[in-house]
Design a protein around this ligand. Structure first.
Ligand code: ZN
Length: 368
């Protein structure tokens, strides 16, 4: 493996603008880089489904057909603001020059490590298992690239998503699924001073509904939160409209479904008691997944970590990633830590050593 080349690739990729929904330049670049390596490359033009100019990129390295294929997964988009990022290296870590531009090690570190490992494997004529590379777009704005991906282009049944915080060895065996709610409560306006009894207060109904919900830390695996509670009007009119926007997450599908039902029930009951009308929508953003150390992708990872002298740490994540979508498609997939620190903040940084270890891990994973 060529550490200098890896670092150069990373610094270069970071400087290619690819804020989520504006990934085109980065997509074209990695497509070309994979083609230059001699890989078969495919794309799917799914960007217009979610307002992006980008596309998913697939790369294939044939490898030994008697071995089980592996999918190497990372995303090409970055969070906003991530325009004209100027990275620099100091004391073995890489930072962004200004804390108003986020470094984008999330997930350019994953992308560059995969590239370097494949480049090295080819240079050394290394024997590999069949390798499928999946670089997605629109991850940061809601896993849209993976959600719209053409999974018939992926034959592998196990995947590693190089896209989490924590050092190499950190293995996210479970990620929550998420449900998003939008409640609209319609009251009945009346003069609040002259005949309040003729009115129905949307605020009172919605507030009661919310206060009867189990929220925040519901149990070890489940959380829920109200993000918006919006009502506005003069004090002399009984409130006739409230909008409530909420979410629930759980790493257990049954618990997520129960939480979803209970939040709707709480709002329905309160609206009925007050005589308010309720309209709501819920949408499952993605389903949870939960693997165990016995699952084949986890034992393969453990073996590779061990070879690199790293310990395995199983962690549970509070947020979803492309791994959720892979698992929905019957691919056993985990997200792993690749050393990124304080991702999505102006202080985001990554150790050069972790970048190197990630590339070494990819080499171990694909080695026949
Ligand atoms: Zn990410």
């Amino acid at each position: 493996m060529n550490e200098k080349r890896l670092l150069d690739t990373f610094l270069e990729y970071v400087q290619i603008n690819s804020e989520t929904r504006n990934e085109k330049e980065m997509c074209e670049r990695v497509k070309k880089d994979l083609e230059d390596l001699g890989l078969r490359v495919d794309v799917d033009m799914i960007g217009d489904k979610f307002g992006s100019n980008g596309f998913n990129v697939y790369g294939y390295l044939d490898g030994d057909p008697s071995l089980e294929p592996i999918i190497l997964s990372a995303h090409l988009d970055t969070v906003v603001p991530g325009y004209a990022i100027k990275p620099y290296v100091k004391d073995g870590r890489i930072y962004s020059e200004t804390d108003t531009m986020i470094l984008a090690s999330d997930d350019k570190a994953g992308v560059s490590a995969i590239m370097e490992a494949v480049r090295t494997a080819l240079e050394q004529n290394m024997k590999t298992r069949p390798v499928e590379i999946f670089f997605s777009v629109g991850e940061e704005c809601g896993l849209h690239g993976a959600k719209n991906a053409d999974y018939s282009k992926l034959k592998g049944k196990m995947a590693v998503v190089f896209d989490m915080g924590g050092d190499i060895g950190t293995t996210c065996y479970t990620c929550p699924g998420q449900v998003n709610f939008e409640f609209e409560v319609f009251g009945k306006p009346a003069h609040a001073g002259i005949e309040p009894e003729a009115g129905v207060s949307a605020i009172m109904a919605a507030a009661e509904g919310v206060s009867n919900m189990k929220l925040l830390r519901v149990d070890e695996e489940t959380t829920a939160n109200i993000g918006t509670f919006k009502a506005e009007g003069p004090t002399n009119i009984v409130s006739n409209y409230v909008k409530v926007i909420a979410e629930a997450r759980s790493t257990d599908l049954a618990k997520l479904e129960k939480q979803e039902k209970e939040m709707i029930q709480a709002m329905e009951d309160a609206c009925r008691r007050h005589g308010a009308e309720l309209k709501y929508t819920t949408a499952r953003s993605y389903n949870p997944y939960k693997l165990t150390p016995e699952d084949k992708i986890c034992s393969l990872l453990e073996k590779c970590y061990h070879t690199l002298g790293c310990e395995t740490h199983y962690v549970r994540s509070g947020g979803g990633c492309d791994s959720n979508i892979h698992n929905e498609h019957g691919i056993q997939s985990v997200g792993i830590g690749i050393g990124m620190c304080k991702a999505h903040t102006g202080q985001e940084n990554i150790a050069v050593e972790q970048l190197n270890k990630t590339a070494l891990l990819v080499l171990e994973l694909i080695r026949a």
